[in-house]
Design a protein around this ligand. Structure first.
Ligand code: GUN
Ligand code: ZN
Length: 453
């Protein structure tokens, strides 16, 4: 599916994380070559290193695409995003629970129309690729067709995407409710159809504790046991009013996280969105279970939810894995660069400095580890799937000016994460194919399977 048998080679400055900069000095966690080759065969990276060392071993007939003055990095990983919320991004004036009622639930109702779901999925996939994001963990809506539309569109690009049908059996409009049994049956049918098909992976998706009965959370736990390698996503401790509501709804549970633990939802490949107001015991539970948190700074600021304590979460004494989430439409950008911009400021507000290597770790290798997909995505290295992003540090006149004052790769990365956004993404490669080229004048997108429209 991923293209020709011929080698494809990218040449240019390139950087990849090689270790965890929250556990070791950042300097030792980044591999950077100012003139590198990335050699790709059948969608997999077969070699990565300095041009001078690799050029003589290139297979005959290799097609070399040169990006001088750019920066090749692994494709970004978005650990938490809602594709049906594209139409309410930037909605004014509310905090979480009122925002859900006023904007989000009505928007998600429109996905009862399969045509609408297809149109939004079409736009969403392209916006992700335009932002350099090649893998995302995605909430669809309660409607099975929203999942169908999403995975169909992702398959056109041969993209490694994780997604699932939202489960809600209470406290939402009637048009968005399923039941514990129906949610189970519909999810299982989607799992059978999509999990492991091409690069698609299925994620069991109870929205959050207030909109699922205990029976539905138990059904989600049962679903997780139906296949190997399934994922779990939900929201956790995002907003004080939400947390209080969970306390009232589940008085027998020791904590919000315990509601999920009781249903068997806290384990490897579990991704909890937000986790702003967690206690030390919750961090210990996540660490022991191998569960991860999605840090969603633009959303947490936009909805006024609070400041995530990233450096406390990743404390090396009991590290919790953390990925970076845009959380659109609570979040305000699909760009991981813009998300890092806000992550830096949130860390600063709670007394820490997020350096550029740590930032790029969250958006690439750290995200892959949080999803249990390290070894497949998140790094430039032989054996990895060839999902890449080519960044342009001189994308705007201002960035070009500022880049002239960057004296190291760390300074370039930091400038990209403060000033960069989708304009700084020159090209995006998925499974070795250039699926997006900013500078292609007709249509910048080239899906592996052309769209029907
Ligand atoms: N909690 C439950 N649903 C949602 C959602 O759609 N977005 C955010 N940010 N939090 C939630
Ligand atoms: Zn969310």
């Amino acid at each position: 599916m991923s293209g020709s048998l011929q080698s494809r080679v990218l040449r240019g400055p390139a950087a990849t994380l090689t270790g965890n900069p929250f556990e070791q000095p950042s300097r030792g966690c980044l591999a950077y070559h100012d003139d590198a080759l990335v050699v790709i065969e059948e969608g997999i990276i077969t070699a990565f290193g300095p041009h001078a060392e690799l050029k003589d071993a290139l297979p005959a007939g290799s097609e070399v695409t040169h990006y001088p003055d750019h920066l090749i990095v692994p494709g970004f990983i978005d650990a938490h995003v809602h594709y049906p919320q594209m139409q309410v991004i930037g909605a004014y004036g509310t905090q979480l629970l009122e925002w859900l009622e006023t904007y989000t639930f009505p928007a998600e109702m429109s996905f009862a129309d399969a045509g609408h779901a297809r149109r939004v999925a079409h736009l969403f996939l392209r916006e992700l690729l335009r932002a350099g994001t090649t893998t995302a963990m995605v909430y669809c809506t309660v409607h099975s067709q929203s999942v169908e539309a999403f995975f169909h569109e992702a398959a056109r690009f041969d993209a490694r995407m994780i997604a699932g049908k939202v489960l809600m059996d209470r406290h939402a409009p009637a048009g968005l409710l399923d039941t514990a049994q129906r949610g189970y049956d519909e999810s299982l049918a989607l799992i059978e159809r999509w999990h492991g098909r091409g690069r698609a992976l299925y994620c069991v998706t109870p929205r959050f504790a207030p909109t699922s009965t205990e029976a539905q959370l138990d059904a989600a736990g049962a679903l997780l046991k139906t296949r190997d390698g399934l994922f779990l996503q939900t929201h956790l401790c995002e907003n004080p009013a939400e947390i209080e509501w969970v306390r009232e709804l589940f008085p027998a549970r020791a904590s919000y996280l315990d509601v999920y633990a009781h249903a068997g939802l806290v384990g490897p490949r579990s991704m909890f969105g937000h986790g702003i107001h967690l206690h030390e015991g919750d961090f210990c539970t996540c660490h022991q279970a191998g569960a991860a948190l999605a840090h969603c700074p633009t959303s947490n600021l936009f909805l006024g939810s609070g400041l995530f304590r990233l450096f406390e979460a990743v404390d090396p004494r009991r590290p919790v894995m953390v990925g970076l989430g845009t959380d659109v439409g609570g979040g305000t950008s699909l760009s991981q660069l813009q998300t890092l911009n806000e992550a830096y400021k949130v860390a600063a507000m709670v007394g820490h400095k997020l350096d550029a290597v740590q930032g790029f770790y969250l958006a690439t290798l750290g995200g892959a580890r949080a999803l249990g997909l390290d070894g497949k995505i998140g790094q430039l290295a032989p054996g990895m799937e060839a999902d890449l992003c080519v960044l342009d540090p001189r994308a705007t006149p201002f960035m070009a000016f500022r880049a002239g004052y960057c004296a190291s790769i760390e300074e370039v990365l930091f400038m990209l994460m403060t000033l960069g956004d989708d304009r700084a993404v020159r090209a995006t490669y998925v499974a070795g194919r250039c699926v997006y080229d900013r500078d292609r004048e007709d249509d910048p997108f080239r899906p592996a399977i052309p769209s029907e429209e």
